[in-house]
Design a protein around this ligand. Structure first.
Ligand code: HEM
Length: 302
């Protein structure tokens, strides 16, 4: 893996990808959050090999159709970048690399730091919906989160920094309404959720709309959903983390201390987030003669 991997092979690759991300971002700022999440979901299943981008076929249910991926967005940005790249340098730039560059560009457009992306990833030829079980669930507690990140070679510290990505974007009601309406047998509402915040969420995700409409209703992740800032961590101390997984970052002394630093020092978080994203983007990558360079990110080469 190398920074500037395409400098000689396809000199305008990074510029083309950036241009496509920017174009989409200007139409819909939420796309940046969608793309950063794509990177996470791709890397957690079979490594950062673009396997998330593959469409299902009659013979194969692909990752995209696994339950955590029902709410992904931003795929068309990768498709558009790929089409332009194939036109100028056919068969050179992998879908997995496009995604890694696009995630970096999305971060910068949303007010985060720039980082150099080590590239040279190759695309995988396998994508299975069942393997999306490797993606952590919003109901997870701290131990489960640490365990799932450790399986991918990421530390507790990486996990705390990466979770801050929930400072941008949106969530569907179905991802957290259990905390509002059916938490457990003793209490309907999660006692770890600030009652005022819970009230607001109930207005946005009314109980009577649970079911069909709940599939489409969304709420903003936080008060500045298009801006990369460390307000996510401040919210945790107000018991206003949206998911159980978010709120659980305060459940140990070390993770809570890390969250305190980020809550009060935006730059410290941005630096750690950038470092952790570089690490995430190198999880179990295929390189050199492994895998392939897909011609269409949605389809395994024949
Ligand atoms: C720590 C474990 C994590 C859990 C349990 C989790 C879970 C979720 C859930 C349930 C959603 C809402 C999906 C929806 O209903 O539309 C979401 C959204 C999001 N997640 Fe995570 N996530 C985790 C970590 C991460 C990481 C590591 C990143 C990136 C580095 C990330 C980036 C995002 C972004 C940007 C969104 C907003 C997506 C959009 O607006 O389309 N998440 N996450």
């Amino acid at each position: 893996m190398q920074v500037g991997f395409y400098r000689d092979k396809c000199p305008f690759a990074e510029a083309i990808i950036k241009d496509e991300v920017k174009k989409s971002f200007l139409e819909d700022k939420g796309i940046a959050a969608g793309i950063i999440r794509l990177q996470f979901h791709d890397c957690f299943v079979r490594g950062c090999d673009g396997s998330l981008l593959i469409d299902s076929t009659p013979e194969n249910q692909a990752e995209k159709d696994g339950s955590p991926n029902k709410s992904i967005r931003g795929l068309e940005v990768i498709d558009n970048a790929k089409a332009r790249l194939e036109a100028v340098c056919m068969g050179v730039v992998s879908c997995a690399d496009i995604l890694a560059y696009a995630a970096r560009d999305s971060n910068v457009l949303s007010g985060g730091l720039y980082w150099d992306v080590p590239a040279g990833r190759r695309d995988g030829r396998i994508s299975r919906a069942a393997e999306t079980e490797d993606i952590p669930k919003p109901s997870f507690n701290l131990d489960q989160l640490i365990e799932f990140f450790a399986k991918k070679g990421l530390t507790q510290g990486d996990m705390v920094a990466l979770s801050g990505s929930h400072t941008i974007g949106r969530s569907h009601c179905f991802s957290f309404t259990v905390r509002l309406y059916n938490y457990n047998t003793k209490t309907m509402q999660d006692p770890n959720l600030d009652p005022h915040y819970a009230q607001l969420l109930k207005i946005e995700c009314p109980r009577f709309l649970q079911g069909i409409l709940n599939q489409t209703l969304v709420v903003a992740m936080n008060q500045s959903p298009f801006f990369m800032d460390s307000s996510y961590y401040g919210n945790l101390f107000k018991h206003a983390g949206l998911f159980n997984s978010d709120q659980s970052l305060l459940d140990s002394q070390t993770t809570a201390e890390q969250a305190t630093v980020y809550a009060t020092n935006d730059l410290a978080w941005k630096v750690d987030f950038a470092r952790a994203m570089i690490k995430l983007s190198q999880v179990q990558v295929l390189t050199e003669n492994q895998g392939e360079i897909r011609a269409n990110c949605r389809v395994i080469n024949p």
